[in-house]
Design a protein around this ligand. Sequence first.
Ligand SMILES: Cc1ncc(COP(=O)(O)O)c(C=O)c1O
Length: 477
Amino acid sequence: MYKAEQLAHNIRILIENHSFTAHQKLPSLRDQAADTGLSLMTVMNAYQSLEAQGLVYAKEKSGYFVTPLHDDLALSCTTRVALHEDVSINSLVFEYLKSIQSSHMIALGSAFPADELVCNKKLIQIMAQLAREPSSYSQNESLPPGKLALRQLIAQRYHMHGVHAHADDIVITSGCLDALNLALQAVAQPGDYIILQQHIFYGAWQAAERLGLKVITLPEHPIHGFDLDSFIQILQQYPIKVCWLMLNSHNPIGFNVSNEIKKKIATLIHQHQVYLIEDDVYEELYFSQHRPLPMKYFDLGNWVLHCSSFSKTLGASFRLGWVHAGAFSAKIQHLQLMSTISANSLLQQALVEFIAKHHYEKHLRQLRKNLEKQKKLFFKYLEQNLPKGCDIYYYHSGYFLWIKLPAHIDSMSIYENLIQQGISVAPSRLFCIFSEQRQGLRINCSFAWNEQLQQALDSMIQVIQTHLESATFTVDL
Ligand SMILES: Cc1ncc(COP(=O)(O)O)c(C=O)c1O
C-alpha cells in the first residue's frame, strides 16, 4: 500500500499546483505503470485512493479525470477558527426532525438509507426464528459491555482491516449516536474545550450543547477536507481536551481524508494529549477496492475512541452500535448503566448469527454496488438539470450528495418551501452554526429511481430556479 500512497501523493501535488487541470485525463493505468515501474494493481490503488478523496473521477471505459472541485468549488469560503461558548442548536434539530416525520414525505433530507436498499431478508428470518425461542437470546448476556460473541466478531472485523482490537475493548451500544455520546461523556467534563468540524452531523452540536462544552470550529480544507494547519493552530492556542471528527464519508459533505493526513492527526493528538471521538458510521459504504482506514488504525496511544453502527448498512430498524473504547470500556459501561442500560438482546444475538455465517459481508458487497449505481444516477440527473451556479460535490462513498447553492441563496428557505410540497432536504443550518454558511443542501441518494422521485427532484430544481431568479431580480433592482 505504501507505493500506492506515494504515487497518490505525487499526483495530488500535480493537481494542487495545476500541472493537471480540471477534467484533464490522468495517464492510463498501463502508461502510468510503464512510466513509474509500478504494478498495474498499485497504480489502480493509487487512482482509487484519489477518487475516494474526490480529487479525480472515473468515466466508464475512458479512464480517470481531474475533478474541477478544487479551485472553482471551495468547500468552504471561510477559513476562520472560531470559539462558541454557548451552542444552541437542539430546538432547530427537533423542529426539523418533526417536520420530516410523515411517512408520506419524500425523504431526500433523511440521514437513513432507504429501507428497500438495506433491508435484508436473511436477517429478518434469523430474528423471526430467534424471537420464537426467548432462551436463545438471554438478556443477561447482553448487558454491558454486550454479548461476548458479538464483541468477538466486531473485534475480528477490526483485525481484518489492520486495527488491533480485543473483545474487551468493545462496548455494544444502542446505535452510533449512543456510542458517540457515551465516549464523549467518558473523556470530557462541562466547560472543557472540544474541536468540531465547521460542518458536522448535528448530533455533535447537540452533544456539545448538552455537556456544556466550549466548541472551537475547524474549517474544512478546500482540497483535503481536513485543514491540518488550522488544526495545529487550534491545538497550540487552546487547552483542547477532545475532538469529535468525521474523516470518512463525512456527513454532510462526503469527503474522505487521506491516510497521510490521518497519520499527522494521530501524531498531533498524541503530542497534545487530546482524545478523539471518531464518528465512522458510514465506514462500510465505500465504492473503491480499499476501505478508507479509520483514525483508530493510526492511534499512537489510547487516544481514539472509534464509534460505528449497523444503522447505515442494515437500516434504522436495526440500530445497534459499538465503541472501540479500549481503556475507557469500564467507564463507558458505568455510564451506560445510568442511561440506556443495554442494546436490544434479540438484535445482538441475530447479528451474531448474521455475521458469523458471512451473510453480512455478502450484504455489504451488494449494498455498495447498488449504492454506487444510484448515487451516480442522482448525480448525473442533478448535474444536467440544476441551474447554473449550483455545485454538486460527488465523492466515491456513502449516499449523500452535497449541493452548494449560489452565494445569495439560503438553503433554509429552499427547505421551507419544499416541505410544503411533502419533500424534505437537509439544509446547512443543521450542520453548521455560521450564519454566512447557508448555501448547502444535503440530498439522500439511496432511494430507488422512479417517477415520483424524479418529480421530487424536479420540484427541488424548480424551487432553486425560482429563488435564483428572484434573487437576481432583487440584485438587478
Ligand atoms: C454522521 C452520523 N453519525 C451518527 C449517526 C447516528 O447513527 P445511529 O443511528 O447508529 O445512532 C448518524 C445518523 O444519522 C450520522 O449521520
